[in-house]
Design a protein around this ligand. Structure first.
Ligand code: C5P
Length: 403
């Protein structure tokens, strides 16, 4: 395997069982993964599982295969280290530079990006000792993810759940694309992101919808949360996407519901990103009962214009609030996508506009994205093709520099 070399550290918590799925995702997307479990991780998941899924040997201590000096080599040669789950004990050992097993020794020799995905009980996560260790690791440049909230082992709930393996894999890819993509520069900020496509009801079972998957908006919410922001994600219809860790998700259906949710959420927010695909029109009348086939000739579909939420947000903008819009454009006889993007930025009055050239399978329902980031100050930055998380990280750079 010639893909990026990833060390997957697994510490001894019950969430260790989810590391097998993360491993699968990493190998399937072409990474060469060597698993470094702690001895306690092997109490939860057998070495054979990791060996079979990675195709590489698994050892926990520093005294196996000594002539190959794995405790130095593995870290030196890695392109990325991901520790998932990272327990309170593992974070403590990493923060204090212990090297008492192969994983912690490798953390000391690695010079590549390091991503810790914590999982533990809420009390352990919130304890000052753990929080100090997290701050210390972050101050040295490691990325320590905010855990998700939800059900923990047993009946209790709270922050401390391992983020979805899909989310960890997405953020791991982001760090390989861009090692400095997740600074804590949005700490203390509150941001609102809209995502997905609205559905405009016609009758109790039918609607007018669009092809937005919500992936770009979810990536924006995820990246903002992991850069320290308090995030509200107003989500219309999306593909099946897991809730981003440490994000407050508000679900809506129609454009009218999205408008109400956005107007409520943006109060006091530092930044707002409208990445949702909002329907421009809705059926003028909502039939109370399902429209029957053949009962009468169908009425022509009469449409009413929806309010432009972005323009309304710009109109009611609070002092200092940064507002970002999206534009999916195709070129035509009047000009290319960028030309239309510039005109839209002027029309909408937002601070930043992400322009995506769409058509030919680009942007919609795919993991990657590209385009331009236009600023009301006249700035134009090309957004090279990459993951939607990478594009999100560029948007937050521009937002952070304007806050
Ligand atoms: O005008 P157009 O729909 O192309 O503009 C796209 C931008 O405007 C996106 O940021 C989208 O979220 C926002 N929008 C909106 N309300 C609408 C239509 C679009 O906020 N009714």
């Amino acid at each position: 395997m010639n893909g990026p070399r990833v060390l997957l550290g697994v510490a001894g918590g019950i969430a260790a069982y989810k590391s097998a799925e993360l491993l699968r995702r990493l190998t399937e997307s072409g990474h060469s993964v060597r698993v470094l479990p702690t001895a306690s991780a092997l109490e939860f998941v057998g070495a054979a599982t990791f060996e079979a899924l990675s195709g590489q040997p698994v050892q926990t201590g520093v005294f196996a295969d000594v002539p190959a000096v794995p405790h130095v080599k593995l870290g030196q040669e890695a392109d990325l280290v991901v520790v998932a789950p990272a327990t309170a004990d593992l974070l403590a050992r990493a923060a204090h530079g212990r090297a008492d097993d192969l994983l912690t020794a490798s953390l000391l020799t690695a010079r590549c990006p390091v991503l810790f995905a914590p999982a533990m009980h809420t009390e352990m996560w919130e304890h000052a000792a753990t929080q100090d260790n997290v701050a210390l690791l972050r101050s040295r440049g490691s990325v320590v993810l905010e855990p998700a909230s939800g059900r923990l082992t047993g009946k209790d709930t709270g922050p401390g759940r391992l983020p979805d393996p899909a989310e960890i894999a997405e953020l791991a890819r982001l760090l390989l694309e861009r090692p400095d993509a997740l600074p804590q520069d949005l700490a203390g900020r509150r941001v609102v992101v809209s995502a997905g496509g609205t559905r405009e009801p016609l009758d109790p079972v039918r609607f007018l919808g669009n092809r937005s998957s919500g992936r770009q908006g979810y990536a924006l919410a995820r990246v903002a949360a992991q850069r320290g922001a308090a995030v509200t994600l107003v989500a219309a219809h999306t593909a099946e996407l897991g809730d981003p860790a440490a994000v407050d998700v508000v679900r809506v259906g129609s454009a009218a519901q999205m408008r109400d949710a956005m107007l409520a959420a943006v109060k006091g927010a530092d930044a707002v990103v409208m990445s949702a695909a909002v329907a421009d029109f809705r059926p003028s009348a909502l039939a109370e009962h399902k429209i029957k086939k053949g009962s009468t000739d169908p009425d022509p579909l009469v449409l009413t214009k929806n309010p432009d939420i972005l323009r309304e947000l710009v109109g009611g903008r609070e002092p200092g609030q940064v507002i970002v819009g999206f534009a999916a454009e195709t070129g035509d006889a009047d000009g290319d996508a960028l030309h239309h993007g510039r005109a839209k930025l002027a029309r909408k009055g937002c601070d930043l506009l992400v322009v995506n050239a769409v058509g030919d399978g680009r942007a919609f329902e795919v993991p990657d994205n590209a385009g331009w980031l236009l600023g009301a100050d006249g700035s134009e930055v090309e957004l090279a093709n990459g993951s939607k998380a990478l594009l999100a990280s560029r948007v937050w750079d521009a937002v952070a520099s304007r806050l």
